[in-house]
Design a protein around this ligand. Structure first.
Ligand SMILES: [Zn+2]
Ligand SMILES: [Zn+2]
Length: 142
């Protein structure tokens, strides 16, 4: 028997969709942009980036819905329970952004930054000391 690759499993709220992220991830950051906030109904969304080959849907692929949130980016969610699971876009070729809150265990790294922090909601402030990034790309020092 071959030992499983180090990584972490994840899934949607109803359990129909299960997937696996294999380590190493590329990055881990929080996004405060208005599109992520709206897609998730949350003050901000935490993602890790992984190469496409290291993200695998194990069950429920038929339950995944793709929504093109812009001409160059798309998001996937469960059509039964609505859990938002991934983001991908032409700006990050070959990469999947996986919603960290839906993973079942720890990642291989800590969060590194707040992106689009200048677009954040006024009623939540980050209490950590991570860099606050923003501007047109969402990743420039503020
Ligand atoms: Zn579901
Ligand atoms: Zn965002």
């Amino acid at each position: 028997m071959i030992a499983p690759m180090p990584g972490v499993d994840g899934g949607c709220l109803c359990g129909a969709i299960r997937y696996r992220v294999e380590f190493p991830t590329i990055w881990f950051a929080h996004c405060h942009c208005s599109m992520c906030r709206r897609a998730h109904g949350a003050a901000f969304v935490s993602y890790c980036g992984v190469p496409e080959a290291q993200f695998r849907i194990e069950t429920g692929a038929d339950m995944l819905v793709r929504y093109d949130s812009s001409p160059t980016a798309w998001r996937q969610f469960c059509r039964r329970c609505g859990s938002t699971l991934t983001f991908a876009g032409e700006r990050w070729p070959g990469e999947v952004h996986v919603v960290v809150a839906n993973l079942n265990g720890p990642l291989d790294r800590e969060p590194a930054a707040h992106c689009y922090y200048d677009a954040k909601v006024p009623w939540v402030d980050a209490a950590d000391h991570l860099p606050r990034l923003g501007g047109p790309t969402g990743t420039q020092p503020l």
